[in-house]
Design a protein around this ligand. Sequence first.
Ligand SMILES: Nc1ncnc2c1ncn2[C@@H]1O[C@H](COP(=O)(O)OP(=O)(O)OP(=O)(O)O)[C@@H](O)[C@H]1O
Length: 440
Amino acid sequence: MNSTTPQVQAAPRKFAQLLSSTRRGARLARLLASEQFRAWEVSPAVTERGEQIVAELAANAALHGRVRGRDFRLVLRLDTTVGTLRIAVSDARGDQIPVLATAPLPGENAESGRGLLLAQDLRSWDAYRAASRRGRGSALSPARREQLWPAVELFESMLRDQKAATHLGICARAAELLTASSPTHDHVVVDEAQDLHPAQWRVLRGAVAPGSDDLFITGDPHQRIYDSRVSLGSLGISVTGRTHRLRVNYRSTEEILSWSTGILSPVTVEDLAGDGSDSLAGYRSLLHGRRPHVDGYGAEQAEVAALVERVEGWLSQGIRPSEIGVCTRFNVLLDKVYDKLSAAGVPVARVRDTPGPQAEGVRLSTMHAMKGLEFRCVAVLGVTARAVPFSREVTPASVDALQHESDLLRERCLLFVACTRAREALAVSWSGEPSPFVPR
Ligand SMILES: Nc1ncnc2c1ncn2[C@@H]1O[C@H](COP(=O)(O)OP(=O)(O)OP(=O)(O)O)[C@@H](O)[C@H]1O
């Protein structure tokens, strides 16, 4: 059996069909899936990927898992709780279970461990075989690398066939072109540096010649919400003796700041340059206000109802709707908030629709999209043990203990980012069991 899960937002549905283990059956699987995605109004981008996945898995079931007279099974499922489309193809050979990998495949976003290929700019089998994971994450054995390499080549050839490229692939190519040419810029200013991938750093490094005023970099390692661990020195960016730490916060009140700092206080965070640890010691605000409201509810409905009341309370104090931000881990809960606030006559606007500063409406956003924003009042909803950390985003400790810790830290930072968007008032809530990251 094979399965995979591209991301979408859709209502809960299931489709299951038995098909003959033949080329014709595999073709039919693709057509049926395509029809089903259309009926479910799945976005064209996800439909396209979904069709390819069904075609690949069904072809494998017909080719490698064939048993005369037995069908293979296609199951499509839209999961509303987290907004995923799950595709499962079970071949007819239930007696021959494939060997499961004990470690996850590398993703795109880290210097070592996940994303090794682009992070270290590895272009050939020889380079991949010799690459070091720099003591982070569990090492991949030569045998496992040998298994993985054909998948890398297959992926790249599929991209070539479709004349497509990944974002980081384009960065790698851009860096290559810049390295081969003269620098294109005199100065480069970088913000939110903590979330840049090594492939993106290489583009910036290539754009400007090393010098005293080459790169001006700002970032906060406590706000790292993507898996981008970087050693700037190894990318030719020297920061030693050139850094300045900003310790006064002019955005949030001391009450909001010290409560939010409690989210990160149990852990150590690697510094921006990737050569040591950073801390929030001495980080302070000159502003004062009320302590954050931190509340648990028995059910999500009650939590959303309380949010509506809280927003109405803020509005009655003369705060404009656009000065209020509401965020959640997932769009599913955000949709419910949207409906309830609208039903109560409160204007709303989604951050993903990039409303201009003049646009009316309480801003609704996922925690990820809150990065870099600020509001007079912020409500962070759905801070449950199930959502933060979100287990599907966390590598099991049994697979890779170091990656597990790193994934948990990223989820912790996400909550920190969401809470520190508030200037004057912060309300944090959940229903059922609270997130273990909520300070006690
Ligand atoms: N020296 C200052 N005096 C008064 N207000 C300031 C000062 N510096 C910044 N601010 C205010 O503090 C808030 C945060 O500033 P800014 O967005 O530059 O911070 P930041 O470090 O980029 O934050 P983050 O990385 O968390 O998004 C803004 O509302 C800004 O106007």
